[in-house]
Design a protein around this ligand. Sequence first.
Ligand code: BES
Ligand code: MN
Ligand code: ZN
Length: 497
Amino acid sequence: MNFSLNSKAIANTKADCLVVALPEKGDWPASTTEADGALGGLISKLQKAGDISGKSAETNLIPLGDQTWGRLLVVGTGKDADRNPASFRKALIAMTGVLKDGPSKSVLIALTDTTLNGNGDVSSELAKLSMIGRTLEDQLYAFSDFKSEKPAARKLSKILVAASDTGKAQKEAFNLGLATGRGMNYTRDLGNMPPNICHPMWLAEQAVKMAADHDCIKAEILDEKQMKKLGMNSLLAVGQGSTQPPRLIVMEYRGGKAKDKPHVLVGKGITFDTGGISLKPGAGMDEMKYDMGGSAAVFGAMQVLAEIQPEINVVAVIAAAENMPDGNAARPGDIVTTMSGQTVEILNTDAEGRLVLCDALTYVKKFDPEVVIDLATLTGACIIALGHEATGLLANNDELANELLAAGDRASDKAWRLPLWDDYQSLLDSNFADMANIGGRSAGTITAACFLSRFTKEYRWAHLDIAGTAWHSGKAKGSSGRPVPLLVDYLMSHAGK
Ligand code: BES
Ligand code: MN
Ligand code: ZN
């Protein structure tokens, strides 16, 4: 796909399709008025006649025959009071849905002069350009690697986005959006990959590939021997039932000053979670291929950094293992000594995410992190608490938590904070070790984070539970690419200029 910005008058810009916004009531954006004038009042007439309403995210494709534009796509942007970045994104999703399999080869999207409620961070032209770029990329995503019959090639090949100017600021904003969309799509490719291919060593190879493709990324892979030497017995216990050996994957992006402490991202990379000896029920178990969603999001964010090259230092650590039942698998009742020296009684082998993360969270101390953010499809309980809208956020530092919440809001990739009060810690008491790996039925997301918090005392830390947001189930089953937008927004807000 060829993407570019365009600041010429839309009436002078030819395209197979022109996209304009139509409010349900109230003032029109200048582009809509301009298009209406060029088309002899067509849009006003159709709205008056009731053929098109302007309701939020309603789309109408109108053939124009042989004019400057072959077609007009009118996208409803609703009532003034309800128009915000989230409704704008919904309108963009509807627009892309019409364009992606349609007959137009080239389109001119004239939506950046749509007014949105909200502060400048989210309602400015630059914010809209970024959101348009991201949404176009992420909504044009398809995963057909394993279909014998490939989908017919798309006609759409050239996208022009109207902007007031095509200067540096506009280009940067648009490109950041496009890169974020591509980062999401990379995350989705990794997530959708079947688990017989995507195992820990395959994930490690992807990191090596990324480092080979980008000078600014370095990769280091730790095998079982190296992990054993470091005392990562908890991570190793999770992997020991699988014929696919576990790996610790480290990637470094150093775009900042040498003295800038790195932001560290830690991803749960369970390439398949059967539950182990505490075996999961069979129904829907295929979706546990997405249990490496945290690591997939870390990969996606790293790819965005490699593309944009902001001034910031970021280290990524992925704890990759496959959780399988086996004669050699860890048992309920096993006690392991973690890299931190603390002992854990494994009461449920299906609470394996925290077991791999705790050793990775101890390992990252060596980077003297600015902050550590871990991402994990950690608990089914998070889906019960927050559904599929918001990522669960728990943190040992209010400032970091608030920054991540704000990044999620700005990026329409929401998170919601849950408490991490000490009162919950006793639920992890074990009769035989320093702690158990489960805390009983209540507050499952919180007790999981409480477990992790025992390994993160020496730095500012936040945990993102993406169990409900990393993928979609049902007919539209597939990885979502979340929370790459949140991560990118957060990291960019910390990048130097
Ligand atoms: N990967 C799962 C969490 C999960 C389940 C995410 C379903 C998304 C959908 C995790 O490893 C797990 O099995 N957690 C257990 C923890 C329990 C044993 C304390 C859970 O949530 O049931
Ligand atoms: Mn599990
Ligand atoms: Zn899991």
